[in-house]
Ligand binder design. Structure first.
Ligand code: ZN
Length: 416
């Protein structure tokens, strides 16, 4: 179905949704995509299905990296034509509805989906491809939630014709994906193992005999047949290796192995639509920061890079991405962050030993205690400005959780 022959109610809902979003933006209330989508869905509860019809869709979900991978996938798909996407990270059905309404008719769409809504959005949009990145705990919940999510995904993917592109290195993802009709495995890596020591199939221990220093090592259940599938796509140093075994040098403006893995997933998704790796790579190289993440800002002779870490797995990835330079850690515990900071004890901060560490944020003292336990020396600063003043000209890496990150972005005039 194309927008031209959408039912009248859907057309009206789509138009009202765009208007509401524009009004909300004009009133300075963010980008308006949530309110616009909400109003549109009130008028036509099927609006997301109507807007998805006639487009070839890919969905991207997981605990970490979905905003970045969505952006990279949309960039790769751009080789084929216009792509609608929720690039501002509004990743629930209201945001999807608004993004598609705003984009008008496009042949393709790539949507980031909150992991809790994946089944609902698969039902509404009948995607051609779903990419599954990883599952790990948020500050707000614990391992039980991870197993529940894997089970939700598994049910959503069973008996649908969707092609799944999934991370071979995350046992929870593999278990969720292996009931799907068609799966392409990507060695995306897993640095955080604490939510996947227990087999989701049989409850036995998962063994990783060669995991030291590797994020893409073999793993297997000690009691049943769940084990790491052979990946078709992998990351090898600065290159992505395709299913034919061809190495493609990937030059990204985004740091870390994890982003090369995100690029591999994006390439695997785009390949299903017929995009050649060599055509996609120049477009991936153009992707810079995403809603401030990975942004590099120059201020007072310092080159400041912003890394967002929202949960324990995200902190481990951020330590890997941060260059060996003075590093500012900022922690808040406001509503969006979770009010409880005990998750700090889930994260091993020892990779920071040997570098100059500064700390700030509402809950800097909790962080101080944690760093002391890990034997990491630190200095406390009362503001971001003081952190800049405290370090010599040169590089400053900043790792912050959600609201701390937003505070720092605000101080830097909403860098993009
Ligand atoms: Zn098992």
């Amino acid at each position: 179905m194309t927008p031209g022959n959408m039912p009248l109610r859907a057309k009206v809902a789509s138009s009202v949704s765009r208007t509401a979003a524009a009004l909300s933006r004009a009133a300075g209330r963010g980008d308006g995509s949530v309110i616009g989508g909400w109003i549109g869905l009130k008028i036509d509860p099927q609006l997301l299905s109507h807007l998805a019809a006639g487009r070839q869709m890919a969905l991207v979900s997981g605990t970490n990296g979905k905003t970045t991978t969505t952006r990279l996938t949309a960039a790769a798909m751009g080789v084929l034509g216009e792509v609608a996407t929720n690039s501002l990270g509004a990743n629930m059905p209201t945001g999807h509805t608004s993004a598609l309404a705003r984009a008008g008719h496009t042949p393709y769409a790539v949507l980031e989906v909150d992991e809790h809504y994946l089944d609902q959005v698969i039902g509404a949009t009948e995607p051609r491809v779903v990419a599954l990145l990883n599952l790990s705990r948020d500050q707000l919940d614990r391992a039980k939630e991870v197993a529940m999510m894997a089970s939700l995904w598994r049910d959503a993917l069973r008996d649908v014709p969707t092609h799944v592109v999934a991370n071979a290195d995350d046992p929870m993802v593999v278990w969720a994906a292996r009931g799907a009709t068609k799966v392409t495995w990507v060695a995306s890596g897993q640095r955080w193992h604490d939510d996947s020591w227990v087999c989701p199939e049989c409850g036995s221990h998962i063994e990783r005999p060669n995991a030291t220093g590797r994020v893409d090592a073999e793993w297997y259940c000690t009691a049943c047949d769940l084990r790491r599938p052979v990946p078709q796509w992998s990351v090898d140093g600065d290159a992505v290796v395709d299913p034919a075994g061809v190495r493609h040098l990937v030059s990204l403006q985004l740091p870390g192995r994890v982003n090369r893995a995100n690029a591999a997933t994006a390439l695997a998704v785009a390949a299903d639509f017929g995009v050649r790796v060599t055509d996609a790579l120049p477009r991936l190289a153009e992707v810079t920061s995403i809603a401030g993440r990975y942004a590099t800002v120059r201020r007072d002779g310092r080159t400041i890079r912003l890394l967002l870490a929202k949960n324990p797995a995200g902190w481990l990835e951020a330590f890997d991405m941060a260059e060996p330079a003075p590093t500012l850690l900022s922690i808040n515990a406001r509503d969006p962050d979770g009010l409880d900071t005990s998750w700090l004890y889930d994260v091993d901060f020892s990779p920071l030993r040997g570098r100059r560490v500064l700390i700030t944020g509402d809950r800097a003292m909790d962080l101080a205690v944690r760093l002391e336990v890990n034997d990491v020396p630190f200095e406390h600063v009362t503001s971001f400005g003081r952190a800049i003043a405290a370090v010599p000209p040169g590089r400053l890496e900043v790792i912050a959780n959600y609201t701390a990150f937003q505070d720092i972005r605000a101080e830097l005039d909403r860098v993009n």
